[in-house]
Design a protein around this ligand. Structure first.
Ligand code: NAP
Length: 482
C-alpha cells in the first residue's frame, strides 16, 4: 500500500506551467520540509521573460474562455473538484511536506479548498443580470462580464485554499490567470494546476510561475494586459503591490494580515470558550491570518479561563506531519521562531505569567512549545501578529474598555466573542472593527461565508455570493425599443 508521504511525492512536479507546458529554468529554488529542514524538491527560478510569456498565454486564452458557456465552465470546475477529492491524500501529504502542517489537518484544508471549486461551479451558473426600464424610455440590460486576465499571488500558510478561493471565482466568471505561489510551498499549486489540466481546463487559462517574488510581481503589476490583482499575504507587501497597480488602474483585492481579538465575558461557557480558542489558535501552529492574536477575558473569570485553556494547550501533541496524534507542527522558517520568542519575552518583561510552554520545543529545529500566558501589556499584540503558537490572555474590566482595545489596532480581519447574552453579542458584533466576527465559535472560515478584512487587513471579499463580484465588471446595454 502507498504511504501518504509517497502519495504526496507522486504529485510533486519540479516545473512551472505556461500555456499548458511544463517550464524549467537554469537556476532553481530549493523547497524544504519545515519539520526536518531536508530539501524535498526544487522549482524553477523564473524571471521577467517567463512572466511576460505567462501573461501572453493568459491574455491569448481569455477571449475564448470568457465567452465560453458558463455551464461548461461549471462542469470543468466540478470535474476538477472530483479529481481533487480523488487525490485528497496525495495533495494533503504534499502540503504537509512543504508546509509542515499535520497530515490530518492538511486533509481538512484540501476539503476546505475544494469547497471553493464546488461553490463557484454553482456561481458560474448564477451569473445573473438585471433588466430595468430607463426614464429615457429605453430598456437597460446588465451583464456581469469577466474582468480579464488576473494575477493571483498566494502565501504559504494555506497553499491550497488561498489559491482555490481565487481560482474558483476567477474561472467561474471567465477570467484567466497567472499564479505566483509562495516560494516555500509551490508544489501544492503546481499539483492543483496539473489536476485542472486533467479536468479539461483549456491551455493557457491557468499559468503558474515560480521565482523571485519582486521581479514576477513587478512584471505582473506593470502589465496592461493583467486587469486584476488578487493578493493574499502580508500588509507591507500588499501595500506595495497596490501602489504598483495604480498606474494601470487594475482592479485589486487584498487579503492581508490580522491581529484578531478574542473576547470572553463572565457569562460565557468557559470550557467551550477555551476549546474554541484552541481550535482557532493552533491550526497551522498559530500561523493563520484569522487566529486569535490577543485574548481578553473579563477579570472575574480570567484566571479560571486561562487555567482551563492552559490545560488543553499542554495536552496538544507537537511533532512531524505524519506522526500519530500530532496537532501542532513546526513553524515555516527559523525567523518565525525568533518572532514568537520576542513576543513572549515582551510579555514576560511586562509581568505576564507563563502557564504552559514558554520556549522552543525540546525537539529543536522549527518547533515551538504551545504557550499560554496571563497578564502583561497587550499593546504589541494589537500592532503585530505573532504568527505562532502563543496565546496571551489579558484581563479586562468593562465592555466599553474591551471594545476600545479590540478596535485600537491597525488591523481588522477576524474577531471572536464568547457570551451567552444575545443583546451583547449583537451590540459588539456590530461595533467591532473587523470583517468577520465569530460568536461562541473559533471557526469562521467556510466557502459560503464572506471572508475579508477592513483597515490594514485589506479590502474585497472571497468566498460566498460576494466572491465572484471581485472578478466581474457590470456591463450595461441600453436598448431603444419602438
Ligand atoms: P508575504 O511575505 O507577503 O508573501 C505572500 C506572497 O507574496 C508570496 O507568494 C510571496 O512570494 C509574495 N511576495 C513577497 N514579496 C513580493 C513582492 N515584492 N511582489 C510580489 N509578490 C511578493 O506573506 P507571507 O509571510 O507568505 O504570508 C503570511 C501573511 O499572509 C500574514 O500576514 C497573514 O496574516 C497573511 N494572510 C492573510 C490571509 C487573508 O485572507 N487575509 C490569509 C492567509 C495569510 P515569496 O514566497 O516568493 O516571497
Amino acid at each position: 500500500m502507498t504511504s501518504p508521504r509517497d502519495a504526496g511525492l507522486k504529485l510533486l512536479r519540479e516545473h512551472a506551467l505556461i500555456a499548458g507546458n511544463p517550464v524549467t529554468g537554469a537556476s532553481r529554488i530549493a523547497v524544504d520540509d519545515p519539520a526536518t529542514g531536508d530539501v524535498i524538491g526544487h522549482v524553477p527560478d523564473l524571471g521577467a521573460a517567463e512572466t511576460e510569456r505567462a501573461i501572453t498565454a493568459a491574455a491569448d486564452a481569455f477571449p475564448d474562455w470568457s465567452r465560453s458557456d458558463p455551464h461548461a465552465r461549471a462542469q470543468i470546475l466540478r470535474d476538477w473538484a472530483a479529481l481533487v477529492d480523488e487525490n485528497t491524500d496525495g495533495l494533503a501529504a504534499l502540503m504537509a511536506l512543504e508546509n509542515g502542517k499535520p497530515f490530518a489537518e492538511a486533509k481538512g484544508e484540501v476539503a476546505y479548498a475544494n469547497g471553493f471549486l464546488k461553490w463557484f461551479a454553482g456561481e458560474a451558473e448564477r451569473l445573473l443580470g438585471e433588466t430595468q426600464d430607463s426614464p429615457l424610455g429605453h430598456l437597460i440590460l446588465t451583464f456581469r462580464q469577466a474582468v480579464g486576465p488576473c494575477a493571483l499571488i498566494t502565501p504559504w500558510n494555506f497553499p491550497a485554499a488561498m489559491l482555490t478561493r481565487k481560482l474558483g471565482p476567477a474561472f467561474a466568471a471567465g477570467c484567466t490567470a497567472v499564479v505566483k505561489p509562495a516560494s516555500q510551498t509551490p508544489f501544492t499549486a503546481i499539483a492543483l494546476a496539473e489536476l485542472a489540466d486533467r479536468a479539461g481546463l483549456p491551455k493557457g487559462v491557468l499559468n503558474v510561475v515560480t521565482g523571485d517574488a519582486a521581479t514576477i510581481g513587478g512584471v505582473l503589476t506593470a502589465s496592461p494586459l493583467i486587469r486584476k490583482l488578487s493578493f493574499t499575504g502580508s500588509t507591507p507587501v500588499g501595500r506595495k503591490l497596490a501602489e504598483q497597480c495604480a498606474p494601470t488602474l487594475k482592479r485589486v483585492s487584498m487579503e492581508l494580515g490580522g491581529a484578531a481579538p478574542l473576547i470572553v465575558f463572565t457569562d460565557a461557557d468557559l470550557e467551550h470558550a477555551a476549546e474554541e480558542t484552541v481550535k482557532g489558535k493552533f491550526r497551522n501552529a498559530g500561523q493563520t491570518c484569522v487566529c486569535p492574536n490577543r485574548v481578553y477575558v473579563e477579570a472575574l473569570v480570567a484566571a479560571e479561563y486561562a487555567r482551563v485553556l492552559a490545560e488543553k494547550v499542554a495536552a496538544l501533541t507537537v511533532g512531524g506531519a505524519f506522526e500519530d496524534g500530532v496537532k501542532v507542527g513546526p513553524l515555516i522558517e527559523d525567523k518565525a521562531l525568533d518572532k514568537v520568542e520576542a513576543h513572549l519575552a515582551a510579555l514576560k518583561k511586562d509581568g505576564a505569567k507563563v502557564l504552559t510552554g514558554g520556549g522552543r520545543h525540546e525537539r529543536g529545529g522549527r518547533f515551538f512549545q504551545p504557550t499560554v500566558t496571563l497578564g502583561g501589556d497587550d499593546a504589541l499584540f494589537r500592532e503585530e501578529e505573532t504568527f505562532g503558537p502563543l496565546v496571551p490572555v489579558f484581563p479586562f474590566e468593562s465592555e466599553d474598555e474591551v471594545v476600545a482595545k479590540a478596535n485600537d489596532s491597525p488591523f481588522g480581519l477576524a474577531s471572536y466573542l464568547f457570551t451567552r447574552d444575545l443583546d451583547r453579542a449583537m451590540r459588539i458584533g456590530r461595533r467591532i472593527e473587523a470583517g468577520m466576527c465569530g460568536v461562541n465559535t473559533g471557526l469562521i472560515s467556510t466557502p459560503v461565508a464572506p471572508f475579508g478584512g477592513v483597515k490594514q487587513s485589506g479590502y474585497g471579499r472571497e468566498g460566498s455570493v460576494h466572491g465572484i463580484d471581485e472578478y466581474v465588471d457590470v456591463k450595461a446595454v441600453t436598448l431603444a425599443l419602438k
